[in-house]
Design a protein around this ligand. Structure first.
Ligand code: FMN
Length: 139
């Protein structure tokens, strides 16, 4: 899992700079960048000296990452992620928004497949599909 961030970005967050900046300002600082696991969160807090942290791409890879970090919850099982994919599909295909849906669901699956092998399989099945209807059938 530690190597995950290199797969995603190739760049790395410089949490030590957050600590330096925090020393010189008085406003609240929330640290972020490259937090994909509980260990990353602990390291980020320690190095940045920030209590508050934020997750971005990590939450796309693992939808309950915040709970994994804050409450040491187990990783969300794939069948629950499937439920979220369906909820997302209902929201994104409501009204006239469905033209953006194929790209967005594929983008999300690209993140999810770093955590779930099932997402990789699903991505392979839908990657050439261009309409919301065709993708929904596979979900
Ligand atoms: C889906 C998504 C949407 C984002 N939208 C914004 C945005 O609107 N404005 C912004 O300043 N940063 C945005 N970001 C960047 C994040 O705030 C964060 O700085 C960046 O993703 C690095 O953190 P991470 O390594 O946890 O992803 C977004 C990131 C993601 C993944």
């Amino acid at each position: 899992m530690r190597g995950l961030k290199w797969k995603v970005t190739g760049l790395r967050a410089h949490w030590e700079w957050i600590a330096k900046i925090k020393e010189n300002i008085t406003i609240p600082v929330i640290a972020n960048g490259d937090i994909f696991t509980l260990t990353d969160a602990k390291n980020c807090r320690e190095i940045s000296t920030c209590t508050d942290i934020m997750v971005g791409r990590g939450a796309l890879m693992l939808p309950n990452l915040a709970q994994v970090i804050k409450q040491q919850m187990p990783v969300m099982p794939w069948h629950e992620v499937q439920g979220l994919l369906l909820d997302y599909t209902r929201c994104e295909t409501y009204g006239d928004k469905s033209k953006y849906y194929p790209n967005r669901i594929k983008q999300w699956l690209k993140y999810l497949k770093l955590q779930y092998s099932e997402a990789d399989q699903l991505f392979q099945e839908i990657r050439t599909l261009k309409t919301a209807e065709a993708i929904i059938e596979k979900l």
